[in-house]
Design a protein around this ligand. Structure first.
Ligand code: SAM
Ligand code: SF4
Length: 343
């Protein structure tokens, strides 16, 4: 196990430098969000197919030490469903990046965060994104198929108390479902000092029911917010998926905070993408919408060296496409859904 003091850039065929690894730690979830999972009938991965913490840590370390990755995000399924998650966080936080900072973040539905926010922070998790699509208890129960709004709000409070700052809220917007709450959710963010990021509904739902008409696009979302508060766009998104706007008026806890939109469908940001993904069963993906996967679990379990595995990662990145094709007739949905890939 040698560390690589001078990592080389991992460059894809379109000149984008890959820097960010999204790791799904489980395909299981305690919610059944309508835009992500079916009510019942999900087939869970068998335990033996899920990467161990040691396997996840090894792949993350190769990405950080061989290729200078500077971001790792844990996701799922619901990452907090994975037993002893803090142990994994501590292992990832301890990766020697040769003095370079590695941003360690997680996306969660926060249903049980009140129990673990503090421990996750102590273990070395730096940032949290919490998903919250509605502030209405009944609508929440319809959208997630779980009556858990109260616990999610407690989880947000626990995350703030644990010192996660900035704290971001992810809200998927679906026409006719929660688009009437865009301003309410933005106001919640302002009152609580949180950055709300609205996400355009993507064709990754398990029921294959996605229709373009259900997508509420960035322009519409921003217009609704701008009708209530003066805002100005924050320049330069870089590789981050969200476009951001700054509130120009005062009087809120956010103290001139920001609001974001992730416009995957109406304004794809593939040209700036620096991400790759690892599924819970060790399949490496170069795009959320990719139709190909590269089996790193087999490589790990066949005893390959770090250099051999790094070679596999390089070859996989060599196939990264220019971008998804949601807006073209040639678009083919990936076989796996959002919760199975890791959003
Ligand atoms: N369970 C965690 C959560 O919900 O935060 C992490 C995994 S979830 C798949 C990651 C993010 O993907 C969440 O913010 C969720 O709202 C979003 N998501 C899931 N299905 C989506 C879809 N069809 N379109 C857009 N975003 C989606
Ligand atoms: Fe679970 Fe997250 Fe999918 Fe909702 S979006 S079902 S919380 S994985």
């Amino acid at each position: 196990m040698t560390s690589t003091p001078h990592p080389t850039d991992l460059v894809d065929p379109f000149g984008r430098v890959v820097k960010d690894l999204r790791i799904s730690v489980t395909d299981r979830c305690n919610f059944r969000c309508t835009y992500c999972m079916p009510e019942e009938g999900m087939q869970w991965l068998p335990r033996s197919e899920i990467l161990t913490f040691e396997e996840i840590e090894r792949l993350a370390r190769i990405c950080v030490q061989h290729y200078g990755f500077n971001g790792i995000r844990l996701t799922g399924g619901e990452p907090t469903m994975r037993a002893h998650l803090t142990t994994l966080v501590a292992k990832l936080a301890a990766i020697d990046a040769g003095g370079r900072p590695v941003d360690l973040a997680m996306t969660t539905n926060a249903a049980t965060l009140r129990h673990c926010a503090h421990d996750l922070k102590v273990a070395g998790l730096q940032r949290l994104n919490i998903s919250l699509d509605t502030l209405d208890r009944e609508k929440f129960a319809r959208m997630t198929r779980r009556d858990e709004l109260g616990h999610v709000l407690e989880g947000i409070r626990a995350a703030k108390d644990a010192g996660f700052h900035p704290l971001k809220i992810n809200a998927v917007v679906e026409r006719g479902v929660n688009d009437d709450e865009i301003v309410d959710l933005a106001r919640f963010g302002r009152d609580e000092g949180l950055e709300v990021r609205f996400i355009e509904f993507m064709p990754l739902d398990a029921s294959d029911a996605w229709q373009r008409q259900q997508v509420v696009g960035q322009d519409e979302i921003v217009a609704k917010i701008a009708a209530v508060w003066p805002i100005e766009q924050v320049p330069a998104r870089g590789a981050a998926p969200a476009d951001r706007w700054r509130y120009l008026d005062g009087g809120f806890a956010d103290g001139g905070g920001t609001v974001g939109v992730i416009p995957t469908v109406t304004k794809p940001f593939c040209g700036d993408c620096d991400r790759v993904r690892l599924t819970a069963d060790g399949q490496f993906r170069t795009c959320l919408f990719a139709t190909d996967e590269f089996d790193l679990r087999a490589a790990l379990r066949n005893g390959e060296t770090d250099a051999e595995i790094a070679g596999r990662i390089e070859r996989a990145v060599g196939t990264k496409w220019a971008g998804h094709q949601i807006n073209q007739v040639t678009f083919v949905r990936p076989v796996r859904t959002m919760s199975q890939i890791g959003g």
